[in-house]
Write a protein that binds this ligand. Structure first.
Ligand SMILES: [Zn+2]
Ligand SMILES: [Zn+2]
Length: 240
């Protein structure tokens, strides 16, 4: 299959979906290496718990994390949801360009290597999609990246245990309180024994207000997980 694609790309060269330059022969990922190299890991002072940029007069832990109970230990995000990373995630999500999973996955593995202690996890668990949404999109990208991490670090991957039992579509227009209400009781753990006493790395694609990963963490905590750490591919830039 890839050989045919490679041959076709020689006859009908593909163009980079971002800068429109002709892709080098054999590059089947839809994005040229120069564009891809523009993806940067998140930098700058961030809350050591939820990962949002710290405001003036905040030190190490943001005000929200000091005020509210957090069921996760920490949220890590690879990059900001902007520029090439945002475009790439959108192409993967809505145009189903699955060839982008591999280069993004490699980048995520490098991020893990540099920022996380992977020995600290017993189980990799992706944030699930609601059933009809998964059908619509054909795949869950959080699951695709979770699989790459699990395979690389020889860790078990939890599949189909954490379930999304309610459709929570269209959260982008809701305020934080409405989001919280909308997501409440949207998840369920079906086999508690897989979760109990485990140090879990919870994977999602984009982290916006942390509502989704916070709710998943709460459910996992209720199922007696020992510790929950969150890793997302991208983080939206909050309005300060
Ligand atoms: Zn390009
Ligand atoms: Zn925080």
């Amino acid at each position: 299959m890839n050989l045919i694609k490679t041959l076709l790309s020689l006859i009908f060269p593909l163009e980079c979906r971002i800068c429109k330059k002709t892709l080098e022969a054999g590059n089947l990922t839809y994005i040229c290496s120069e564009c891809f190299a523009k993806i940067r890991f998140i930098e700058g002072p961030r809350c050591l718990k939820c990962g949002r940029p710290l405001r003036p007069f905040e030190n190490r832990i943001c005000k929200d994390c000091q005020k509210e109970k957090r069921y996760f230990k920490r949220i890590y995000s690879m990059g900001l949801y902007q520029g090439v990373l945002r475009e790439t995630i959108l192409l993967l999500k809505y145009q189903r360009l699955k060839a982008l999973i591999s280069p993004l996955g490699k980048l995520l593995l490098r991020y893990c290597q540099e920022n996380l202690k992977m020995d600290d996890f017993d189980l990799i668990l992706p944030v699930p999609l609601f059933r009809s949404k998964k059908k619509e999109r054909e795949f869950n990208q959080a699951e695709a990246f979770a699989r790459i991490i699990a395979k690389h670090y020889s860790l078990p991957l939890s599949q189909g245990n954490l379930l999304r039992i309610r459709d929570t579509r269209g959260m982008s227009n809701l305020n934080p309180e409405e989001r919280r209400r909308n997501i409440k009781d949207a998840f369920l753990v079906s086999k508690k024994e897989e979760i109990k006493n485990k140090r879990i790395l919870l994977i999602d694609d984009i982290c916006t207000t942390t509502t989704t990963v916070a709710e998943c963490s709460k459910i996992l905590f209720t199922a007696e997980a020992r510790e929950i750490t969150v890793l997302t591919l991208a983080r939206t830039i909050p309005k300060i």
